[in-house]
Design a protein around this ligand. Structure first.
Ligand code: HDE
Length: 704
């Protein structure tokens, strides 16, 4: 523990704590390894953990059995309320390192002390689904980061999308009610493809920009390692003179952005509902620590006044072409949790957790959030002492006179528990303490929406026209799919009416996909003139592709008699590219290659469908090809990979099998690659393109 936050203005002794019980330090450990004697919660050794205490062998239980009663009582209370949103999530510990100081604009040590490591905890999540829902729901991903700074905890509770559905926090319960399961039937789970969601959206034009984002591939990411994070709101940095500078926070993944196809997402949810958490776990477990850059967009009042939109409006972003993102540091996730419940489930993020030098603005969404997060933890974690839970406790001493309450884990000693006092306890410090930005506010109180928030379509269109053609197609497909699940035709029509204000071609595509017989009228806009904004390439995933296979996974399907040389060359090339591979075989015991060596498999073909891989290779013997040709799952392996526009490498012997799986000679495109001698490296390099998008035009009816 460091003591950097010690109060310089007082010579008072620090209150002392019993170090055995928390004090923001180590988790009170319960050892589960070693061969010690089992005990009750009271530490009493247990003699029999298999049978309850009974009268005779077949008789009634006795209340005397305190061990049984304690065990069942504790089990009955294992669950805490899940988060009302972002219930399903996965977290890990990490370290943030600052490379560039922002000392001209902030006094926050975490943003000024270059080279200093700040411990972090990051939790990724989906929004709508319950705790047990599948990872690849089409949904926004939460990206919540807790920085344990030397001046207390700072949380950025962000998403992987830089804008939000609504402009005022008072609409949040309605939005979430509409998105989650419908109240009478309790379904659909973890999806927005239903009437209530689209009804609310169709009546909420401010959500249209966000709708473009959630119908894009951003909401079906390949994994948490491949998403961006955004603080969304405009925050404020405050320097030593008390001057404020507006800031928007960005996290950019070093591995680049990547998403899957919808048809793939649906299948991943069946094959591996834990796909995203497993991916993060595996990467960190294998020492392949995912990294993100932290960037800031900084601007002043002059920019805010001249910007086409209100910087307090969370349904708008500031294009990177207008204010570039300045990268100031990076973080890596390098430690898995010891216990999912204690850390990932109990971590409590609060937008109000800021440190000196970082402050809020009047964004009405942010102001509402500052109330909600503290309030929700009280319910979820059972009392006001959730800050005593190690994952939530700052890593510096906590000194105040708050006391007692449910599950108080700190043991402050001594007589004084009030302030001011004459006992020399901790006191406030005007110089070191948190200073709120001295904003000048005027105006009448009113329940009102600013007229500067009224343009709902211009940035929605800007996002759409900034996408690559294939991304535009996916947005059209997603809207058509979601609205096809909406039963009320009038809701479908109202939505198409909104799309007409965004892009007429997109509206037509969706109307045609839905089979509407005539075009509904365009929705009436609060601001009639849509601004003609230029495309922003930074908003596209495809236009910013890294072209690297690093961090990705190749699935290699093998059978007995497969060429050891080819398999070994592939494995070496994958490793050299910083990627990983899995061997898939008809039997999980493995396959005997043509050099006589037994190669163990990671997956039996039924359990290792190609949707789990970024690219596949089929290296089989002639007999193996014949055998696989009779197997539906093996044929799906290559057929799906082809349909999902993945790169497919194949040994000469595999060709008849590919044909049986539906990839005949005329389908062989640049993405179906013969693995000749010495071609493994080139194949893996090509896989770095991740998908051959041109193929989608041949494999998807909606492409016409
Ligand atoms: Fe949240 N949100 N939110 N939200 N949010 C919660 O807090 C809320 C919003 C976000 O991994 C809850 O601890 C309101 C925007 C993340 O633990 C709750 C409003 C953004 C997480 C809550 C918003 C987010 C939450 C539920 C509208 C992106 C998960 C459990 C004003 C910038 C954090 C909890 C984790 C969680 C309220 C809107 C991100 C109820 C009222 C905008 C990543 O307090």
């Amino acid at each position: 523990m460091t003591d950097t936050a010690a109060n310089p203005d007082t010579t008072a002794p620090e209150p002392t704590y019993d170090t055995q019980v928390g004090n923001g330090g180590e988790l009170h450990q319960t050892a589960r390894d070693g061969g010690d004697v089992l005990t009750t919660q009271q530490g009493v050794p247990v003699a029999d953990d298999q049978n309850t205490l009974k009268v005779g062998e077949r008789g009634p239980h006795l209340l005397d059995d305190f061990h049984f009663r304690e065990k069942i009582f504790h089990f009955d209370h294992e669950r805490i309320p899940e988060r009302v949103v972002h219930a399903r999530g996965y977290g890990a510990h990490g370290t943030f390192t600052l490379n560039e100081s922002l000392e001209d604009v902030t006094v926050a040590k975490v943003l000024t002390e270059v080279g200093v490591d700040t411990p972090m905890f990051v939790r990724f999540s989906t929004v709508a689904g319950n705790k047990g829902s599948a990872d690849l729901a089409r949904d926004v991903r939460g990206f919540a980061a807790k920085f344990y700074t030397p001046e207390g905890n700072w949380d950025i509770v962000g998403n992987n999308i830089p804008v939000f559905f609504i402009q005022d926090a008072i609409k949040f319960p309605d939005l979430i009610h509409a998105a989650k399961q419908e109240p009478d039937r309790g379904f659909p789970q973890a999806q927005t493809a239903h009437d209530n969601f689209w009804d609310f959206i169709s009546l909420t034009p401010e959500s249209m920009h966000m709708i473009m984002w959630i119908m894009s591939d951003r909401t079906i990411p390949r994994g948490f390692r491949f998403i961006e994070g955004f603080g969304v709101h405009t925050f404020r940095l405050i320097n030593a003179e008390g001057k404020g500078t507006y800031v928007k926070f960005h996290f950019k993944p070093k591995l680049g952005l990547q998403s899957v196809l919808w048809n793939e997402a649906v299948k991943v949810n069946g094959a591996d509902p834990d796909f995203h958490r497993r991916d993060l776990w595996n990467a960190i477990d294998q020492g392949d620590f995912p990294e993100w850059d932290l960037g800031v967009q900084l601007f002043d009042d002059d920019f805010a006044d001249s910007f086409q939109f209100d910087v307090l409006d969370s349904t708008k972003l500031i294009p990177e072409e207008q204010i570039p993102v300045r990268i100031i540091g990076s973080f890596k996730l390098d430690r898995l949790v010891d216990n999912f419940f204690a850390e990932t489930e109990q971590v409590a993020f609060c937008t109000q957790n800021v440190v000196p030098g970082i402050g809020f603005t009047n964004d009405p969404l942010l102001q509402g959030r500052n109330f909600s997060y503290l309030d929700t933890q009280l319910k979820r974690l059972g009392g006001p002492n959730f800050t005593h839970i190690p994952v939530n406790a700052p890593k510096i001493p906590v000194k105040n006179y708050q006391q007692d309450g449910h599950m108080a884990m700190r043991n402050p000693k001594g007589r004084v528990n009030y302030e001011p006092n004459s006992w020399g306890g901790p006191r406030e410090s005007p110089t070191r303490g948190y200073r709120h930005f001295a904003a000048q506010e005027t105006g009448r109180t009113a329940k009102v929406r600013s007229s500067t928030f009224a343009d709902h379509y211009s940035q929605a269109r800007q996002f759409f026209i900034s996408q690559a053609e294939i991304e535009k197609k996916h947005i059209g497909d997603a809207l058509t799919f979601e609205l096809s699940k909406v039963i009320r035709v009038d809701i479908r029509e109202t939505m198409v009416g909104h799309l007409r204000n965004i892009d007429e071609d997109l509206a037509k595509t969706v109307a045609t996909g839905l089979g509407l017989t005539s075009m509904p009228p365009a929705a009436k806009a609060a601001v009639e003139t849509r601004q003609d904004l230029p495309a922003s390439d930074a908003l596209s995933i495809v236009k910013n592709a890294k072209g690297s296979f690093e961090g990705r996974k190749l699935g290699i399907l093998v059978t007995d008699g497969a060429s050891a040389k080819t398999v070994n060359a592939l494995v070496a090339a994958v490793k050299a590219a910083g990627a990983v591979h899995e061997i898939v075989a008809p039997k999980v015991g493995g396959a005997k290659l043509d050099d006589g060596a037994m190669l163990p498999a990671d997956q039996k073909v039924d359990g290792g469908p190609s949707i789990l891989y970024d690219a596949v290779a089929v290296v089989v013997s002639a007999d193996g090809a014949k055998m696989l040709s009779k197997d539906k799952t093996a044929k799906d392996f290559v057929n799906d990979a082809f349909g999902h526009c993945k790169f497919i490498g194949y040994s000469a012997e595999a060709k008849p099998f590919l044909a049986k799986a539906g990839i005949v000679d005329e389908d062989m495109d640049d993405g179906v690659i013969a693995l000749d001698d010495g071609s493994a490296e080139a194949f893996v390099k090509t896989c770095g393109q991740l998908r051959l998008w041109d193929r989608e035009l041949d494999v998807d009816l909606d492409a016409d």
